[in-house]
Design a protein around this ligand. Sequence first.
Ligand code: CO
Length: 182
Amino acid sequence: MPIRPIIQLGDPRLRVVGTPITSFGRPLHALLDEMTEVMRKAPGVGLAAQQIGETLQVCVIEVEGQLHELINPRILRASGDQTDLEGCLSLAGYYAQVTRRDHVIAEGQNRFGKKIRLEGRGLLARAIQHELDHLNGKLYIDLLPSMDALIPPGGLSDDEDDQDDDEAGDARANERRGRVRP
Ligand code: CO
């Protein structure tokens, strides 16, 4: 099955609040499988349905080799703060220092409609918040004090830059650096 390209900033579908899922059958499973493939190919640590043009409450997250599928999610609890570099597959090549909650507990449903909880700290917590924002039509740039805070492609310091092109195929290298590109 061919997979869809990742939609980039400027496409209005990225700004649409996802419609809740009410049917947990084969079309949803196919969408989830495609999203995981798109995320891994990018590579990234998360992907929201909006990023392949489906304005639905569906996202996938993969951190430390653990794949999470979240349907109709919401954040139940959040605590602490963390600030780190964050990117987005829909703003290819851009990064910014983004402050988010350090520990979150989200509730949602799995692909079969069963209620599930996902707890994360650090990078996983960051990815959960980033994806849930996507599902509500929000992007990390909305959290920046100004667009001057956005680091353009090639704008990372030498120390930070070694991941970019040579290691673009290494999502784990991004993870080690605590960098989210969902
Ligand atoms: Co993103």
